[in-house]
Design a protein around this ligand. Structure first.
Ligand code: SF4
Length: 386
């Protein structure tokens, strides 16, 4: 069954605007561009070397856009270095102090994220928007349930309506100033509110014929297990309905851990492909090889590649041959040995100790035949300090 077509959204281009950053990737958000994977650094932005180290780590893991908080003058001073040397577009996260937004724009960030609940003076907002517009820098209106505009909170409570009206109020300000490179996010910490908020935003934006791109996220989703579950359900529902142009999974963990979860959501829905798709049976009393151990070993091999190879690891002959034949490469266990299949054809039967090596050989054949353009990603080049 096909998922619903993506909602029609207005694309924005994320591009670091620094003469040193010309080699950094450019990323489109919205339109018919792929749903982009984002994350956010947790380092002290003022320590730009440490922050860049985390950005390289995120980019290596497959993160396509990285947000960095700019809370004070030392952070702002680090931004030119970060923007110049980042391999991916940098988004500046701004709360309370509009001067930080102005500094981040001057540093050449690819996008600003403003929290409408936290910069309340329309004059200051206008100053920021005018500069962003003149530089061609998109703005994400990032509404969080925890920091709504007071009057809307009083009128609507902590509801999806309050979030959406808060976002639309700021859309009006940006539009009045002629700046329509807009992305919107509406993050709550629970799944039902988040889903309702994005659905409502989709509807309201369609009604006013301004289908701005939507950045999905469940804020403060929790520790990795709970956060992954909440994010997968919430964003999975929305993406399945065609809502969402970019996503960030927020985990109380090293941000690098967020990236495979984003990719896992997109891969599970069949929206994007990157890296292996490993099917492994849960194992049971019938298993005739160590399924979990073998699947973990395949998962370790998978870290070396970006090609979307489908691998099946199955414990016995009940479903093993069938699943293995449907994968690019599969193994079906049987009494201390295993039958290996490539593209539906039996390659041979190998003793259990040789299965991993034999699987790797067949995986590499599939990559060479089917995905010759997918290369091993080893590192991103560091660029000189601006
Ligand atoms: S494939 Fe075999 S070992 Fe794996 S869960 Fe099914 S019956 Fe059990």
């Amino acid at each position: 069954m096909a998922i619903r077509l993506r909602r029609r959204s207005k694309p924005v281009l994320l591009e670091n605007k620094s003469s040193w950053s010309k080699d950094a990737k450019k990323v489109w958000i919205g339109g018919d561009h792929p749903v982009a994977v984002q994350s956010m650094t947790t380092t002290d932005t003022a320590d730009y070397e440490k922050t860049l180290e985390q950005i390289y780590g995120l980019a290596m893991a497959g993160c396509e856009v990285v947000r960095v908080t700019v809370k004070d003058a030392p952070d702002a001073a680090g931004m030119p270095h970060i923007v110049a040397r980042s391999p991916v577009p940098i988004v500046a996260d701004i709360h309370f102090d509009h001067r930080m937004a102005l500094a981040a724009l001057e540093a050449g960030v690819a996008k600003l994220r403003l929290n409408p609940g936290n910069i309340t003076d329309p004059k200051k907002t206008r100053e920021v928007v005018t500069l962003a517009k003149s530089m061609g820098t998109p703005i994400r209106i990032g509404v969080n349930m925890g920091s709504l505009a007071r009057d809307l909170e009083e009128r609507y409570g902590h509801t999806p309506e309050a979030m959406v009206f808060s976002a639309l109020r700021h859309v009006d300000i940006l539009e009045d100033l002629g700046h329509t490179d807009i992305v919107i996010s509406l993050k709550a910490h629970d799944v039902p509110t988040t889903v309702h908020a994005y659905r409502l935003a989709d509807k309201k934006l369609a009604e006013r014929d301004t289908p701005y791109a939507l950045h999905l996220g469940i804020t403060e989703a929790g520790l990795p297990r709970e956060g992954t579950i909440k994010s997968s359900i919430g964003m999975g529902i929305l993406l399945w309905e065609g809502i969402g142009d970019t996503l960030r999974v927020s985990l109380a963990a090293d941000p690098v851990e967020e990236v495979p979860v984003c990719w896992g959501i997109l891969k599970a829905l069949g929206i994007r492909e990157k890296g292996f798709d490993i099917t492994a049976c849960p194992s049971c009393g019938r298993a005739e090889i160590e399924v979990v151990e073998l699947a973990r070993a395949v998962e370790a091999i998978a870290k070396e590649y970006t090609a979307p190879v489908k691998v099946a690891v199955m414990g016995c002959v009940v479903n093993g041959p069938g699943e293995s034949k449907m994968a690019d490469v599969g193994v079906a266990g049987g009494k201390g040995k295993g039958a290996i299949y490539r593209k539906g054809e039996l390659v041979g039967t190998f003793p259990e100790a040789q299965l991993l090596g034999a699987l790797r050989v067949e995986i590499e054949k599939v990559i060479a035949d089917q995905y010759p353009d997918f290369i091993h990603e080893t590192s991103y080049e560091r660029q000189p300090v601006a």
